[in-house]
Design a protein around this ligand. Structure first.
Ligand code: PLP
Length: 446
């Protein structure tokens, strides 16, 4: 029963990124048992709208039997076989081909991993290896941005711009420096911050610049229209690689297949995970450009000493292929674009009605609502007020699951519902959000 599960959970299960003390004192808030479409059901039978696609990843929605059958079929035939060295197998080959087809321009070769953190660590190692093969071994530094989230493996932790993650664990990889992100500053200020960093560190030492097209965990930070074009120009000027972390923004999330397509910018490497399988099975990877692939192929003399047991896992690859087929057949990229407008309209109405709502924004089905003390001046509530977490609790009571971001004194409510969502369901989320913020406003302004 539920209480037994909660006791066992407290005793044995260390949760990822969790308020561990609170978890011990209060127990798990929900023990989820089932999912269907945009809905999740807990062990008590209470239904929730999953307004964040669990961890920004269940793009095709819950309960898709086709994905279960794809896994079953592949597992029955060949659950696992290694792709190490010169062995290969059909699912990974076909998935690599499919990703090359849907990835922008000349991004045509894929290295597979089991998730986003591994993908980013792999991208850093491949980038450095590429520079060594090119005869520029001094290029070992990476420029990432403040508020960035790139994962929790050794290098991706240090690439992450949210300092709390870097300080946990104490494994400091010194190759990473952080620049300003275009949040509440202009493109020219943000790009100047990158240029200054390149000059300070020495252009000949920089391997790559790294960015999420839309920062997710940092609070759904959508860049100004010209930002990434300016970034691409700057990277080209200094001959620096541009790595796009499309772990959240890939596979239709922003209303394009990949986020950077919004600004017609092509990176040199692109990392992905999450939406590639909609979370039905772990898989991620790095896609590299033809010119990088060529250097890796032609200039390497021995073994590429980088690979995971599960790089190109056949069952995971079969599920990814079926998942991408669903995204294409059901036109979920287009739906993400269409529902973006409905979500934004709803957010704007909330902003008009309630005087503690600051900026609201959407790109595809990534959205954010900021809670502020004064929308005119953007003055924020002090962190003791706990404004955003209170909204999250009020939403939970109203049967909506989503996330808040409070790093750096912000109160941002983030949304990323499954791409299968329809207009009535978007409006349902908006109505419940309206109620939740109204209730929290009354509680904190007394
Ligand atoms: N990159 C981005 C942009 C992410 O949002 C995440 C996870 O949230 C990661 C990387 C890390 O991915 P994973 O948790 O699969 O290792």
């Amino acid at each position: 029963n539920k209480n037994n599960l909660i006791d066992l959970d407290k005793k044995h299960f260390i949760h990822p990124t969790s308020p561990i003390k609170q978890q011990q004192e209060q127990g798990a808030k929900s023990v989820i048992a089932e999912g269907e479409g945009i809905y999740l059901k807990d062990v008590d039978g209470k239904t929730f709208i999953d307004a964040i696609s669990s961890l920004w990843n269940v793009n095709v929605g819950h309960g898709r039997k086709e994905l279960a059958y794809a896994a079953q079929e592949q597992m029955s035939k060949l659950a696992f076989s290694s792709a190490f060295s010169t062995f290969s197998h059909e699912p990974a080959i076909l998935l690599a081909e499919k990703i090359a087809e849907i990835a922008p321009d000349d991004l045509n070769a894929v290295f597979f991993t089991s998730g986003g953190s591994e993908s980013n660590d792999s991208a850093f190692k491949l980038a450095h290896h590429y520079w060594k093969l090119k005869g520029e071994p001094k290029r070992h530094k990476f420029i990432a941005r403040k508020k960035a989230y790139h994962g929790v493996a050794a290098a991706s932790t240090n690439a992450t711009g949210i300092s709390e993650f870097r300080e946990m664990g104490g494994l400091h990889v010194s190759n990473f420096v952080h620049v300003e992100t275009p949040y509440e500053i202009s493109t020219s200020e943000a790009v100047a911050s990158i240029r200054d960093m390149i000059e300070r560190e020495g252009p000949e030492t920089i391997a790559a610049f790294l960015a999420e097209p839309v920062q997710g965990a940092g609070g759904v930070i959508i860049p100004p229209r010209d930002y990434f074009q300016e970034v691409r120009k700057l990277c080209d000027e200094y001959g620096i690689l541009f790595i796009a972390d499309e772990v959240i923004t890939g596979f239709g999330r922003t209303g394009k297949m990949f986020g950077l397509e919004h600004w017609q910018v092509t990176p040199d490497m692109m990392t992905f995970a999450k939406g590639v399988t909609s979370g039905y099975i772990p898989l991620g990877g790095v896609v590299v450009s033809d010119s990088i692939h060529q250097v890796l192929k032609e200039r390497s003399t021995g073994t590429l000493f980088h690979g995971f047991t599960y790089s190109g896992h056949p069952t995971a690859a079969a599920v990814a292929l079926k998942n991408i087929e669903i995204i294409e057949n059901e036109q979920l990229v287009q739906n993400s674009q269409a529902m973006c407008k409905v979500l934004l309209k709803g957010f704007q109405k909330i902003k008009e009605d309630i005087d503690i709502v600051g900026d609201v924004r959407t790109l595809g089905l990534l959205g954010a609502v900021e809670i502020v003390k004064n929308p005119e001046t953007n003055e924020r509530f002090s962190s003791e007020v706990n404004a955003a977490p209170k909204v999250i609790d009020a939403l939970h009571e109203r049967g909506v699951i989503c996330r808040s971001v409070t790093f750096g004194g912000t109160d941002i409510i983030c949304f990323a519902p499954p791409l299968t969502i329809n207009e009535a369901q978007v409006n349902d989320i908006v109505e419940r959000l309206h109620d939740a913020i109204t209730e929290v406003r009354e509680a904190i302004l007394v």
